[in-house]
Write a protein that binds this ligand. Structure first.
Ligand SMILES: [Zn+2]
Ligand SMILES: [Zn+2]
Length: 415
């Protein structure tokens, strides 16, 4: 891991963290534009879910480091790499282009092979398409994602160059997640654009498994996976078997769980071994009969209606999750406790999902109070001042308990 722990690497990793304020500003601007132009593409519950997953993916390294970095470092010790090192502006341009080619195949595998889809699916569960969808990123990419980038090491791309072009690639992809920009003429032939990436996120049968490029769409045109957006076929966003949940845990595990379940239940050993490498839509033949069929219900967006008090608390929870991430990343005070910070973020994320799905049980309310006590307890470990600063936020996240009771009583009385 030595070379990855150089100060330079840390500095470069912050490229994405540095872009975050800009991302949030752009999300606010897109939302405002939507309100003004009468085409609001945001829903609070969906955006909260996406941004929570984005925050957790940034916090993932608090609990587990990338496997890829270790493998690359190990490879460097045992193999004489390319005798040259890419350098200079030509080297950077070449690395940027070739990284995108590797991204294309990594992304294509992420859609066409179940084992990889289980991780990448997180980016596609949103049934809306806006800039918050861009930040909806997986936390399990560290497992296998690196495999696709090893060729870059063998052609002499230095580690720090690879990390930088990777970050730039991801940052580029942010802006294309919008419904407010139409087709862009010649741009559509060369670059990934809002229009051709909308197709990538659509679950219409004619749009499935298309447009995998990160920055360049030329790979799709070359390898035969390109599809143009059709005016007669408006994009319907999301996955073909919606998760119908706001929970980050469910978002992470549902495909892995289905995969393991199919491997467990099928009676054929041949099928059992094939499941992880099959297309995500494939099922062992003896299990097809109990596969869920697409109901009309699954075509409407998952959108449980909640009280305004719950919406406010939900937004406050998201701010708390973000605050924990920022404190853990920026302040030494949490050094050594990052895993706890990650655990708190996840707990808040799951609780928030229940809140925005109208959970009303006494157990849920008890857990809400418990997590508030734990949060204040953690803040108290830092200082009394931190604990004091947490209190107003906690009060707001619990506000719904006092405010929406009456709303429910009124609704129950009239129904
Ligand atoms: Zn994708
Ligand atoms: Zn996307």
């Amino acid at each position: 891991m030595g070379f990855l722990k150089t100060p330079r690497y840390t500095h470069l990793m912050n490229l994405i963290a540095t872009a975050v304020p800009f991302f949030l500003f752009a999300i606010a601007a897109e939302w405002l534009w939507g309100r003004v132009s009468g085409r609001d593409t945001y829903r609070l519950n969906d955006s909260v879910s996406s941004l929570t997953l984005g925050g957790l993916s940034q916090a993932r390294r608090f609990v587990v480091l990338g496997i890829g970095g270790s493998v690359y470092a190990w490879l460097m010790t045992i193999t004489p790499f390319a005798p040259w090192r890419l350098d200079g502006w030509m080297g950077w341009v070449l690395a940027f282009i070739l990284y995108d080619l590797c991204y294309y195949w990594s992304h294509r595998a992420g859609h066409e092979i179940k084992l990889f889809w289980a991780s990448h699916v997180v980016h596609h569960q949103s049934e809306d398409y806006n800039l918050s969808t861009a930040l909806r990123q997986t936390s399990t990419g560290f497992l296998f994602g690196w495999i696709f980038y090893t060729p870059l090491f063998f052609i002499g791309v230095p580690g720090e160059m690879m990390v930088t072009v990777g970050a730039l690639n991801l940052i580029y992809q942010f802006w294309v997640h919008t419904e407010h920009v139409g087709e862009l003429g010649w741009f559509e032939y060369v670059f990934v654009s809002p229009s051709n990436h909308r197709v990538h996120h659509a679950r219409n049968p004619c749009y499935l498994d298309r447009n995998y490029g990160g920055v360049f769409i030329v790979w799709d045109r070359f390898f035969g996976s390109y599809q143009r957006e059709q005016a007669a076929e408006p994009c319907v966003y999301g996955i073909t078997t919606p998760i119908r949940s706001w929970s980050p845990w469910e978002a992470w595990v549902h495909v892995y769980r289905d995969m393991l379940s199919d491997m467990w239940r099928t009676t054929s050993w041949r099928h059992r071994m094939f499941v992880p490498f099959s297309h995500p839509a494939w099922k062992p033949s003896d299990l097809i009969k109990d596969a869920p069929t697409e109901s009309q219900d699954s075509l409407s967006k998952f959108d449980p209606q909640v009280t305004v008090a719950r919406k406010l608390s939900g937004a406050m929870n998201l701010l708390l999750i973000t605050a924990i991430l920022v404190v853990a990343q920026q302040f030494d005070a949490l050094h050594g406790y990052e895993a706890i910070a990650w655990g708190m973020m996840l707990w808040l994320g799951i609780a928030n999902a229940a809140l925005l799905s109208n959970a009303r049980s006494t157990v849920f309310k008890g857990l809400e109070i418990a997590r508030s006590v734990v949060l204040v307890g953690c803040a108290l470990q830092l200082s009394a001042l931190w604990a004091l600063a947490t209190l107003p936020a906690i009060a707001l996240t619990l506000g719904w308990m006092f405010l929406d009771g009456e709303a429910y009583e009124a609704a129950d009385a009239t129904s």
